[in-house]
Design a protein around this ligand. Structure first.
Ligand code: F6P
Length: 344
C-alpha cells in the first residue's frame, strides 16, 4: 500500500479542508493509499511526539465547506530555520521514514513551496505541492484557492461601508491584505464600486486621491470609498508595516481638512470562515490534480490551474517569481475606464 503524508504550511486560507477532503476521497477512497495527516506544518513530524492523524473518507466527512484546516498550520514551520535558526530538516526526513511515508502532498504558498524545494534538493524528499494563498501571488497558477473567498469578504465589507459612507457624507477607507501585491484590493475594489484603489504595484500620490474625492463632491457625490492594500506605499516613500490605511487617512485629512474620514482594517476576517463555491471547486480540482501527480510519479511538481485546466509545474519554476499587478494589465485598464483612481 502506498503511504502518503499531507500537511499545510504558512497562513491558512479558505479551502484547505476541501483540498484535504479531495486528496483523501481520491487517494484513500479510490486508489487505496494510506493517508497520514501531519499537524502544524512540518512541525508535526520533527517535534516529538509526532502529531499525526490517519485520514480516511469517513474521518473527512463534512470538510468541504469548513474553514481553516483540520491539520492546523503555522508560519513558524521552516525546518531549516527552526526556533532561532536551528536546522531540523534531517529530523523531517527521519520522521517520515519512521512513519513509513513515501512522499508528501504539501498545501502552501510561496514560502512553503520554497521550503519544499530545499527539502527536495538537499534531502531528496518526494513532494507534490498544492498552491494556496489569499494573496493570489503565485505566478505559476492562474489563481490560488482562498483568494476568491477573501475578495468576496472584502467586497461585502465595501458594500456595507458604502451605505454608512453615503449616510454621513464620509470617506471610508478599507485596508485589505495581500502582502506585496494588490490583487485583493483590485478585485474587491472593482466588484464593490470603490472610487480609489491603492495597490503596492502603483505608488500613490495624496493629491490624486484627494482630487478624486473633490471631483465626486462637485458632481453631487459627497462620500467616497477607498480600498488600500496593506503593502501600498506613497510615491518615493518606504513601506511602514501595518500603517498603509492609516497613511491614506492622514493624507486625506491633511489635504482636505473638512473631510470626515474613517478607517476599517479588515484583517483576518479575509482568511476565516467557509470557502466560497469557487474556492471549494478549485480546491477540489487541485487536490485531485495533486493525487494524479503522485500516481504518475511526478514528484517535485505543483498542481496548478493554467488556462482553465489542471496540470503540473515544477515547484522550482513556481517559486521563481511573484505574480504582481502590471500597471498596463487589462484589469487596471478596465478599472480606470470605469472611473477608478489609483493615485498614481
Ligand atoms: O499571506 C497571507 C497573509 O494573510 C497576508 O495577506 C498577510 O500579510 C499575512 O498573511 C498575515 O500573516 P499573519 O496571519 O501571520 O498575521
Amino acid at each position: 500500500m502506498k503511504t502518503v503524508g499531507i500537511l499545510c504550511g504558512g497562513g491558512d486560507a479558505p479551502g484547505l479542508n476541501a483540498v484535504i477532503r479531495a486528496v483523501v476521497k481520491y487517494g484513500a477512497g479510490q486508489l487505496g493509499w494510506q493517508l497520514i495527516g501531519i499537524e502544524d506544518s512540518f512541525n508535526g513530524v520533527f517535534e516529538h511526539p509526532f502529531r499525526i492523524q490517519v485520514l480516511t473518507p469517513v474521518s473527512c466527512r463534512g470538510l468541504l465547506q469548513r474553514g481553516g484546516t483540520i491539520l492546523g498550520t503555522t508560519n513558524h514551520g521552516d525546518p531549516f530555520h527552526y526556533e532561532g535558526g536551528h536546522d531540523y530538516s534531517l529530523n523531517v526526513v527521519r520522521g517520515l521514514e519512521q512513519l513509513g511515508i513515501e512522499g508528501l502532498i504539501v498545501i502552501g504558498g510561496d514560502g512553503t513551496m520554497a521550503i519544499c524545494q530545499e527539502l527536495i534538493e538537499r534531502h531528496g524528499l518526494k513532494i507534490v505541492g498544492v498552491p494556496k494563498t489569499i494573496d493570489n501571488d503565485l505566478y505559476a497558477t492562474d489563481v490560488t484557492f482562498g483568494f476568491q473567498s477573501a475578495v468576496d469578504c472584502a467586497t461585502d465589507a465595501l458594500d456595507r461601508l458604502h451605505t454608512t459612507a453615503a449616510s454621513h457624507d464620509r470617506v471610508q477607507v478599507l485596508e485589505v491584505m495581500g502582502r506585496d501585491t494588490g490583487w485583493i484590493a483590485l478585485h474587491a475594489g472593482m466588484s464593490g464600486g470603490a472610487d480609489v484603489v491603492i495597490v503596492p504595484e502603483i505608488p500613490w500620490e495624496a493629491e490624486r486621491v484627494v482630487r478624486k474625492i473633490e471631483e465626486r463632491k462637485a458632481i453631487g457625490r459627497p462620500f467616497s470609498i477607498v480600498i488600500v492594500a496593506e503593502g501600498a506605499v506613497p510615491t518615493g516613500e518606504a513601506l511602514v508595516p501595518g500603517k498603509a490605511g492609516q497613511r491614506v487617512v492622514e493624507a486625506i485629512e491633511r489635504l482636505s481638512p473638512g473631510a470626515e474620514v474613517r478607517l476599517t482594517v479588515l484583517g483576518h476576517l479575509q482568511r476565516g470562515g467557509s470557502p466560497v463555491a469557487f474556492d471549494r471547486l478549485l480546491a477540489t480540482r487541485l487536490g485531485v490534480g495533486a493525487v494524479d501527480l503522485v500516481q504518475a510519479g511526478r514528484w517535485g511538481e505543483m498542481s496548478r490551474l493554467k488556462n482553465g485546466r489542471i496540470d503540473g509545474v515544477p515547484i522550482r519554476e513556481a517559486i521563481s517569481m511573484l505574480r504582481r499587478i502590471s500597471p498596463d494589465d487589462e484589469l487596471v485598464r478596465a478599472a480606470r475606464a470605469t472611473g477608478i483612481e489609483f493615485g498614481g
